[in-house]
Design a protein. Sequence first.
Length: 143
Amino acid sequence: AAWRERLGAAVEGAADLGAALDAVVKLLADDLEASDWQNGCPVAAVALEATSPVVRAKIAAHYTAWQETIAQQIATYGIAKPAAKQLAVVALAAIEGALLLARVHRSRGPLVTVGAALRAMVATPRSVSSATPSKRRRRKVRA
């Protein structure tokens, strides 16, 4: 609950979705750096090692709740709900991976890179709505 409040406070007043994403990434990078690269996502650490179906189900529920919260927040910036849900998955997966890389490399760099990529993605509305796989047939690539 404390993290949700901190994240909510970080995005409150953001002029647009890109600014909100920047605020989230900055908060996470600041926290990770202040902890001497020790903090991160404790749920991710458990998720990687969990073998119990009960524990895995609780972790899945946690991530589902996060995805829903993120999608709801994204939708407040005028993104249609289906696209907001897709973007929530992309943002959560990218940020989780960036947290891991930042911790391993003891650098804000991965979070900064992911933040910039997410900002670029939301700056182009078509990139958000076209994230759904197309029903068109793929062209064959000749070698």
